[in-house]
Design a protein around this ligand. Structure first.
Ligand code: HEC
Ligand code: HEC
Length: 632
């Protein structure tokens, strides 16, 4: 009987199904359906059920032969019902891809269907994102999986769902993705994230979807498996397909008695950042005189007509280079939280929404922001002329200041959109903008000298196992397990990408902050982007020429570094998460509920979700994130 045989063939799948089913049952419970004799834990409002028997999946896989007399009964692809579900027949998705040799071709699941093969093979569909820290180990160790005894019985298909910034993957991202894989087979762009198992929050990247090529049945789903687990599941599924006994669980050496190889790889990447990467878009990026000039400008309140605001107002070293406020206060009340900026020179993008793509362009923004300096580029230029002419011209020798005492040519205040400025001669407008840009580049040179101090975690990551206490290691373990390292990884513990985590707005009217989606025009065609005439290396531009507002950009913000969070409370773009407990509680629920008006858009499918007993174990890990930023 099909039913019985399937149950025999299923134990590996069921082991994982337990996880998925808990989540499924929450859905069936809330719709009032029969959740399979589950019990409701009132405190958690979750339903716990024993793993159910397969439903549709069972029928799908075993509903009669797919091959008769060496010919496929169903033609190109099984005609039976398909679904993205454990046990179901996988839908015949198709994608833009690259073949084994890197040549472009369309790829569809039907390409893998071999109903008449003597033995099943296992198609390993690996779902990852270019920003994803936890994805990288597996991509770099594909050959290990293939070399195991089941070598030729595995086919790998790598699906890329998003690029390094978190934009939906495109065919043009595939060559770079192929280069991330030690032993690439086929790769394909999957911007629609075909393999989302509902509801998503339980599944962390990378995802391995194991498909039987004789039936196209989804045999198993592995979420961020360690190498031993992966080898065990691959071998186990093949053994079951062959009707043989499952292999024994392989032994593995754990670093410091607890970390699998992929976990330790992530830990050992945590290193104290030193000097930031070169910035060719700023010819004075590492010029000592420019940095000294920038230092003076950084705390100069005369650049604001209010005479009360400077960069240092909101970026104080005593407050971790932030301001300690929920939302910043300049000449007005800003809608967002001031981030710590000690490591900003490392980032590809600046601001929570990434509307600037260079450090110097960022530094021009606050002057003309109505609620920050409330200043204009003409006002700034006049102040530079009055107070810094020799110093400015000593650094910016290529750009002698025009005669700014001529108030008819250069009105006292104005910027694009202000009639006094717009009416100026084009060359004069350019001269004024150039002063603003050079002010920005000088401040950027100063910010590039900021440094942070090593943490205990950095010491631990070098292999000094005594550097962390038991609770701190436990916190690190939780962060690894619940999925924080998908986005917070590397020396600064950030992927610099944009994600929707459904954090609460900081806007005074309580409406959600749209984030990345609102800045697309500026990113592509703003006056001061790094491909503009004001850049010293237009070719070093991000390369983004095509970015579409909407979709995953709605409500997306850039992942901040975790270094320095012990000093820079409160948290999030809106700044209304007062303490670690608030951040962790929010993550525990995978962000604000859908429909909560304080956030907009759909949360990243791989957001962590964990219960209140797990939450406090993260605190000792977060407490390790000191920065003690210094500037010369
Ligand atoms: C009124 C307070 C205020 C002032 C003044 C101010 N900032 Fe900020 N700064 C902020 C806030 C708030 C943000 C986040 C804004 C956003 O993302 O929309 C920010 C963002 C930044 C960032 C981006 C950091 C990152 O990781 O994205 C840098 C760098 C920075 N500011 C430097 C400066 C410099 C340089 C000046 C002076 C020219 C300055 N700030 C003036 C409040 C301020
Ligand atoms: C999908 C990517 C992603 C994952 C996974 C993730 N984060 Fe974040 N994290 C972000 C983004 C994006 C923000 C900024 C969100 C905002 O303000 O809208 C953020 C903000 C934070 C902040 C606030 C920092 C500040 O300076 O305001 C902390 C703390 C933090 N995350 C810790 C964690 C922990 C702990 C985990 C694991 C439980 C985690 N994150 C998992 C992307 C992620």
């Amino acid at each position: 009987m099909p039913r019985t045989s399937l149950k025999h063939a299923a134990p590996l799948g069921l082991a994982l199904l337990g996880v998925v089913v808990t989540a499924f049952s929450a859905c069936s419970g809330s719709s009032g359906g029969d959740s399979g004799g589950g019990t409701v834990d009132a405190a958690q409002d979750r339903v716990h059920v024993a793993p159910p028997e397969f439903d549709s999946g069972e029928d799908n896989i075993d509903a009669g032969p797919l091959c008769v007399n060496g010919v496929s009964v169903d033609g190109a692809y099984p005609k039976r019902p398909t679904a993205v579900e454990l046990g179901a027949t996988a839908p015949n998705f198709s994608w833009d891809g690259l073949d084994e040799n890197g040549k472009a071709l369309p790829i569809k699941l039907a390409d893998y269907f071999e109903p008449c093969a003597a033995k099943s093979r296992l198609l390993v569909v690996r779902v990852s994102a270019a920003w994803c820290g936890t994805c990288r180990y597996g991509l770099l160790h594909t050959a290990d999986s293939k070399q195991a005894s089941f070598g030729k019985r595995l086919r790998f298909l790598d699906l890329l769902v998003a690029d390094e910034d978190g934009n939906p993957a495109a065919a043009s991202d595939l060559a770079a993705h192929r280069a991330r894989i030690d032993s690439p087979d086929r790769v394909a762009a999957d911007p629609n994230v075909s393999f989302v198992f509902m509801p998503p929050p339980t599944l962390l990247l990378p995802l391995y979807v194991l498909i039987d090529t004789r039936t196209m049945g989804i045999r198993n789903i592995l979420s961020d498996p360690d190498p031993a687990e992966l080898a065990y599941r691959l071998g186990g599924e093949l053994a079951l397909l062959d009707g043989q006994a499952q292999p024994a669980y392989p032994s593995q050496t754990l670093v410091d008695g607890q970390w699998s190889a992929n976990q330790w790889a992530l830990i050992s990447e945590i290193k104290t950042p030193g000097a930031p990467p070169a910035d060719p878009t700023n010819e004075k990026a590492d010029d000592v005189a420019a940095a000294a000039f920038g230092k003076a400008l950084f705390s100069d309140q005369t650049l604001s007509p209010s005479n009360m605001v400077s960069c240092a107002t909101c970026h104080q070293f005593a407050k971790g280079t932030a301001d300690g406020l929920a939302q910043s206060q300049g000449v007005g009340h800003v809608d967002r939280n001031a981030p710590a900026i000690a490591l900003a020179s490392f980032a590809r993008w600046q601001f929570w929404d990434g509307r600037a793509d260079s450090q110097w362009a960022q530094a021009t923004g606050p002057f003309e922001a109505a609620k920050e300096f409330g200043s204009t580029r003409l006002f700034v230029a006049h102040q530079i002329y009055a107070n810094y002419k020799p110093q400015y011209e000593a650094v910016w020798t290529k750009y002698p200041l025009p005669d700014l005492t001529d108030m008819l040519r250069f009105p006292s205040s104005g910027m694009p959109g202000v009639p006094a400025y717009d009416a100026m001669a084009t060359a004069d407008k350019d001269a004024i903008t150039r002063i603003l840009v050079n002010v920005g580049k000088s401040i950027a040179a100063y910010e590039r000298t900021f440094r942070v101090q090593p943490t205990k975690l950095d010491t631990y990551a070098t292999g000094d196992f005594a550097a962390l206490s038991g609770d701190e290691k436990k916190g690190l373990g939780t962060a690894l397990k619940v999925g924080c390292f998908q986005c917070h990884w590397g020396p600064r513990l950030t992927d610099d990408a944009f994600h929707n985590t459904r954090f609460p707005t900081g806007k005074q009217d309580g409406t959600a902050d749209p984030g990345r989606t609102a800045v697309v025009t500026n990113v592509l065609s703003g006056q001061l982007i790094s491909s503009s005439v004001y850049s010293d290396a237009p070719a070093a531009h991000s390369g983004i020429t095509h970015l579409v507002a909407g979709g995953p950009l709605v409500g997306a913000f850039r992942t901040p570094t975790l270094r320095g969070i012990t000093e820079s409370a409160p948290y999030g773009h809106g700044g209304n998460l007062t303490a670690f407990a608030d951040v962790v509680k929010l993550y525990g629920n995978a962000g604000l509920m859908p429909g909560d008006p304080r956030a907009t858009g759909t949360s990243e499918p791989c957001l962590p979700k964990f219960d209140t007993t797990v939450q406090p174990t993260l605190f000792p890990f977060l407490q390790l994130m000191t920065a003690n930023a210094t500037a010369p």
